[in-house]
Ligand binder design. Structure first.
Ligand code: NFS
Length: 659
């Protein structure tokens, strides 16, 4: 039987359609071109023009004498620098936007979450007493910006990590000094003729990753919350079925929230809706792809039509009038594909120009005007729409779980707390926690399959799952972000918790920069007490089962450096060196309490995660995980009782026996 390319029925339907029409996709291109077996596992060094050198035989070195250890470590840390620069540059732009708002130069934006601004002021050391909110915002913006160019000292947000963690970083010389400095230093160290010691290269790599997670990404998340609101739960829909047959379909794609938030405003403008109607459409349907989708989903409830591998297939529906992109994860294949349809591809970032696309440079000084111009362009395309093929699959979801909301959820407005979560883990009602994040990759067995498998296994085993990025979109499409999923799929302890709190068993925490929400959440769990004193004590794991981007490598590494056992799917990019592979697993675990492993089989990912979580429970002296102690309360119990009664089976509401 042929390998199923995707477990998403909408994607499968579109792939059939693509085949019928003879169109290439990332799936077909990945099949036609196998990854380079030399570079894929880190054997290739192409940092100078004496090479590329291929280190194929044991003991073989590059022309300069570089060993396989140096080459694999260099390649890995350069990936970290690439990922960290992408997340951090995104954060920098938001700091500039906040400054523009504070200085009255971005009239269409405002400070939406003053509480979050004050929190930022606190950790950035900005005085607040007796000051106007815009004055504080100006200082927060400048201070945030200064973190990128800082040359010495420590990044201020490092203080948000548990104290023992900060001490580990200080002891190892791993505290980031400035965000840009760490990225530049990795680029410098990996230039020909520099750092030739894999240990020191890898240390610099982790410091750079920390500058991403606790620096650029954390600032990006916090600044976005200040400008557009800290998320709280809302419902929305996902998958290609939410494309409309009779409305203008406008898709936002990429990662930045600044323009997409304005487009969301413009799409609700009665004047724009009238304009759409004047073109024969019933209205305007705004939806998203990738992390821009996550940004507007988390705050505005805008639906998501899919994750990374859906972008080309969405255009092939013929139902998209316009796709507006900002930065990152935008396939170059989109432009020629859009030309085959009536779809306009619009680029907006000065950093992303795409041949064949229309460039409308984004300018926060006249954001709403630009957003309206783009909406009008989409409407103008509607009469040109030809035959469409929209797969009829969609699901309901609940998103919007910020760190702040989790506090509120468990303790109310005045007594926000993580006590109930820690207690649940301590008693064994919850076995542990897991973050399942990251991309899609056509090289994995089936699109979304690994995400879906590990997530279902975790919740079945009473592990509360948090997600971001394309992983979260995968969970959305398969109904795992719906509260009902707890009733059907969660283990007994997790189900009871979900019922009590009214939450899904899988919590959507946002875009990929919002992995920083997982960091601050873990820090609070460690500080709350009962689960040790550091992040590495917590029974938890992090996984990116279908990763492909450099950003995912950086994310994985900052989780390891924060003390989390982190599993990446697929082949290891450092497989060529046993020494480096062992270093990032065993030595990093000894130093930091977190290890970095690449595991191809989802079953193995789950097995190792469960073993790790149980070992952490044991180290804390917590009771062994025992699901039979829970599940005798709540609606789930009642439902199973009613089901048993209906089938004429023995049932009792007062005992779990026989149910
Ligand atoms: Ni993260 Fe978001 Fe998706 Fe991967 Fe790309 S969209 S930033 S990199 S592919 S999860």
């Amino acid at each position: 039987m042929a390998k199923i390319k995707s477990i998403d029925p909408a994607v499968s339907e579109m792939l059939e359609q693509a085949e019928k029409e003879g169109l290439s996709t990332a799936f077909s291109r990945a099949e036609d071109m196998k990854p380079c077996p030399i570079g894929h596992v880190g054997r290739c060094c192409k940092h100078c023009h004496m090479g590329p050198c291929r280190l194929m035989k044991p003991g073989q070195t590059g022309v300069c004498g570089a060993t396989i250890e140096t080459v694999t470590a260099r390649n890995l840390v350069r990936m970290i620098a690439g990922g960290a620069s992408a997340h951090s540059d995104h954060g920098r732009d938001l700091a500039l936007t906040l400054l523009a708002v504070a200085e009255g130069e971005a009239p269409d934006y405002r400070i939406r979450d003053k509480g979050k601004l004050l929190l930022m002021a606190e950790y950035l050391g900005v005085p607040i007493k007796g000051r106007e909110i815009l004055e504080i915002a100006q200082d927060v913006g400048s201070k945030a910006l200064s973190q990128f160019g800082q040359q010495t000292g420590e990044l201020l947000s490092v203080q948000r990590a548990p104290k023992p963690r900060q001490e580990i970083w200080r002891r190892l010389g791993m505290v980031p000094r400035g965000i840009d400095r760490e990225v530049v230093e990795v680029m410098h160290r990996t230039h020909v003729g520099n750092d030739q010691d894999h240990e020191s290269l890898l240390k610099a790599g982790l410091r750079c990753a920390l500058a991403d997670g606790w620096g650029g990404s954390m600032l990006a998340t916090d600044l976005t919350d200040v400008l557009f609101g800290t998320p709280s739960p809302l419902s929305a829909r996902s998958n290609l079925g939410i494309l409309s047959d009779d409305e203008v379909n406008l898709i936002v794609h990429g990662h930045e929230p600044t323009l997409s938030e304005m487009i969301a405003v413009a799409c609700m403008d009665p004047e724009m809706i009238e304009y759409a109607k004047s073109k024969g459409a019933k209205g305007i349907n705004l939806a998203g792809i990738c992390c821009t989708a996550n940004e507007v989903l988390m705050r505005q409830g805008v639906g998501t039509i899919g994750n990374f591998l859906s972008q080309e297939l969405a255009v092939m529906t013929g139902a998209i009038e316009l796709m507006v992109v900002d930065i990152q994860c935008i396939m170059e294949a989109l432009s020629p594909l859009c030309e085959r349809y009536h779809t306009s591809l619009v680029t907006t970032s000065p950093k992303v120009h795409i041949h064949g696309a229309t460039h409308i440079g984004f300018d926060e000084h006249r954001a709403l005007d630009i957003a309206k111009q783009i909406v009008r362009m989409a409407c103008d395309n509607y009469p040109k729409r030809g035959k469409t093929h929209i797969p009829q699959f969609q699901t309901e979801l609940v998103a919007g779980f910020s760190h702040e909301y989790l506090n509120y959820l468990m303790g109310g407005y005045y007594r926000g707390s993580f006590r109930p979560l820690n207690d649940a883990i301590m008693t064994g009602r919850l076995r542990g926690v897991a973050g399942v994040v990251g991309c899609n990759n056509p090289r994995t067995s089936s699109h979304d399959a690994a995400h879906d498998y590990v997530t279902r296994e975790f919740i079945k085993n009473d592990i509360l799952v948090v997600q971001t990025g394309c992983g979260a979109i995968s969970a959305a499409k398969f109904g795992l972000l719906a509260p009902e999923a707890a009733m059907e799929l969660a283990g007994p302890g997790l189900r009871e918790i979900c019922e009590t709190l009214g939450i899904p068993p899988v919590l959507h925490l946002g875009s990929c920069v919002d992995n920083s929400r997982i960091l601050t959440t873990l820090a609070q769990m460690a500080n709350e007490g009962g689960l040790g004193t550091d992040i590495s004590d917590i029974p938890g794991v992090g996984l990116a089962p279908e990763w492909m981007s450099e950003k995912a490598i950086s994310i994985g590494c900052y989780f390891v450096a924060s003390g989390v056992y982190t599993i990446m799917g697929g082949k290891s990019p450092v497989e060529a060196s046993e020494v480096v592979s062992e270093y990032i697993s065993k030595v990093w675990e000894e130093q930091l309490g977190g290890k970095y492993e690449f595991i191809e089989e989802p079953e193995e990912m789950v097995a190792r995660s469960l073993a790790h979580i149980d070992a952490k429970r044991q180290a804390l002296g917590l009771p062994d995980y025992d699901p039979t102690r829970y599940g005798a309360s709540g609606d789930g119990m009642l439902l199973r009782y009613l089901e048993a009664v209906e089938k004429g089976e023995p049932a009792s509401l007062y005992s779990t026996k026989g149910l």
